[in-house]
Write a protein that binds this ligand. Structure first.
Ligand code: IPM
Ligand code: MG
Length: 370
C-alpha cells in the first residue's frame, strides 16, 4: 500500500545521527506493530553537507523538504566548521530550511516529567508538573532583517548591523497559532516583547491586542517585557501556559525554559508553516538541543528529545495523537523505571547509553501495545 506519509530525515552532525538512529527504531516499531508505514528518505544538512557538497544544504534537499509531509532534523554544527565563512556555516542550512519552508511558528514545549522533577537546578516544587509552551516566531525579526552586515568605516574601525523588523501579517500569523494552542490548553497566552524600548515591540503588542479583541477574546491575554519574562521563568515558571514571542527573544527564553526541566536532552520542538490549499502544512521537527560535539559518537547522548520530536510529528503532521501519546507514555515509563542517560543522571539511578535507552523505550512500547 502506498504511504502518504513522506518523511525526510536529516540527521545532521554530532550526536544528530546517533539520536536519529533511535527514532528509526520507533519508526520500524510503528510499521510492524501499528501497520503505519512511512515513506522515509534521508539526506544531508549542516557540516556533513558542507563536507559532501561545499554548502550546508543543497537546492535538491530543500526541494525534497518542501515536498515532504514532514522533516525530522537531528542537529547541525561542530568545531570542524567553526571557522568557515558565515554564509556557509552549518547553521545556515537549518536557517535556510526554516526560511524557504516558511516555518514561521516554532513550538517549544517545556514540560517536566515527574521522574525528573528533581533533576532541575530549581527547587522541585517550583518545577514539578510544569508544562509550558513557547511559541517562537521563526522566520522574521533580527535573524533575517535587512540591512545586515559588517562594514568598514572611513576611520578604519568597523560597524556591525542587524535589523529587528516585523510586519503586521508576520505578527498575526504566529499569534494565531499561539491563541489556537492556548485554547487547547489552559486558555492563557502571554505575549512577550520589549515595547518599552523597541518600535517593533510596540507594533507587536498592538497587533496581538487587536487580534485578541477581534477573534480570541475568550483567551486570557497578558503582555510582558522579555527581560521580566526571563526573570519570571526562573522565579515562578508555572504562572505561564503559552508564551508567544519573536525570533531572538524566543531563542533565549526557550533555552531558559528548557533548563527548568532538568535537561536540554529532553525537549522536542516543532516548526510549522501555514496550512496550504490541500490542507497540508509544511513542518520540521527537531530537538531543542544542539549537536553536542564533545559527546558525539560515544553512545552517550540522550535520544529522548529526538524521539519526542517524532512524537510531535505524529501529533501535528499526521494526526496520530494516539501513537504520540503512546510514545510519551513510554518515555515516562522508562524514566520512572530509573534509566538515565548521562545528561539527566541522578544519584541511585542507572546510567545508560543512547542505545540502551532506545532498547528500553521500544520494550515499553511493546508492553503498552500488548
Ligand atoms: C535554536 C538554535 C538556532 C537558532 C541556531 C543553531 C541557528 O539556537 O534553534 O534555538 O539560533 O535559532
Ligand atoms: Mg537556540
Amino acid at each position: 500500500m502506498a504511504s502518504n506519509k513522506k518523511l525526510l530525515v536529516l540527521p545532521g552532525d554530532g550526536i544528530g545521527p546517533e539520536v536519529m538512529r533511535e527514532v528509526f527504531r520507533v519508526v520500524d516499531w510503528m510499521d510492524k506493530r501499528r501497520a503505519v508505514t512511512f515513506d522515509v528518505s534521508e539526506d544531508l544538512v549542516g557540516g556533513c553537507a558542507i563536507d559532501a557538497h561545499g554548502i550546508p544544504v543543497t537546492d535538491e534537499t530543500v526541494g525534497q523538504a518542501m515536498e515532504s509531509d514532514a522533516v525530522l532534523l537531528g542537529a547541525v554544527g561542530g568545531p570542524k566548521w567553526d571557522n568557515l565563512d558565515f554564509s556557509i556555516k552549518p547553521e545556515r542550512g537549518l536557517l535556510r530550511l526554516r526560511k524557504d519552508m516558511e516555518l514561521f511558528a516554532n513550538l517549544r514545549p517545556a514540560m517536566v516529567f515527574d521522574a525528573l522533577a528533581e533533576a532541575s537546578t530549581l527547587k522541585t516544587d517550583l518545577v514539578a508538573g510544569l508544562n509550558i509552551m513557547i511559541v517562537r516566531e521563526l522566520t522574521g525579526g533580527v535573524y533575517f532583517g535587512e540591512p545586515r552586515g559588517i562594514e568598514e568605516l572611513p576611520d578604519g574601525t568597523r560597524r556591525g548591523v542587524n535589523t529587528q523588523v516585523y510586519t503586521t501579517p508576520e505578527i498575526i500569523r504566529v499569534a494565531k497559532v499561539a491563541f489556537e494552542l492556548a485554547r487547547k490548553r489552559d486558555n492563557r497566552l502571554c505575549s512577550v516583547e520589549k515595547a518599552n524600548v523597541m518600535e517593533s515591540g510596540v507594533l507587536w503588542r498592538e497587533e496581538v491586542t487587536k487580534l485578541h479583541g477581534e477573534e480570541y477574546s475568550d483567551v486570557e491575554l497578558s503582555h510582558m517585557y522579555a527581560d521580566n519574562c526571563a526573570m519570571q521563568l526562573v522565579r515562578a515558571p508555572k504562572q505561564f501556559d503559552v508564551i508567544v514571542t519573536d525570533n531572538l527573544f524566543g531563542d533565549m527564553l526557550s533555552d531558559a525554559a528548557a533548563m527548568l526541566t532538568g535537561s536540554l536532552g529532553m525537549l522536542p520542538s516543532a516548526s510549522l508553516g501555514d496550512v496550504d490549499a490541500t490542507g497540508r502544512r509544511k513542518a520540521l521537527y527537531e530537538p531543542v538541543h544542539g549537536s553536542a560535539p564533545d559527546i558525539a559518537s560515544q553512545d552517550m547522548a540522550n535520544p529522548l528529545a529526538m524521539i519526542l520530536s517524532f512524537s510531535m510529528c505524529l501529533r501535528y503532521s499526521f494526526d496520530m495523537g494516539e501513537e504520540a501519546d503512546l510514545i510519551e507514555t513510554a518515555v515516562e515509563k522508562v524514566l520512572a523505571g530509573g534509566l538515565r542517560t548521562a545528561d539527566i543522571m541522578q544519584p541511585g539511578k542507572a546510567k545508560v547509553s543512547t542505545t540502551v535507552m532506545g532498547d528500553a523505550l521500544v520494550r515499553e512500547l511493546d508492553k503498552l501495545a500488548a
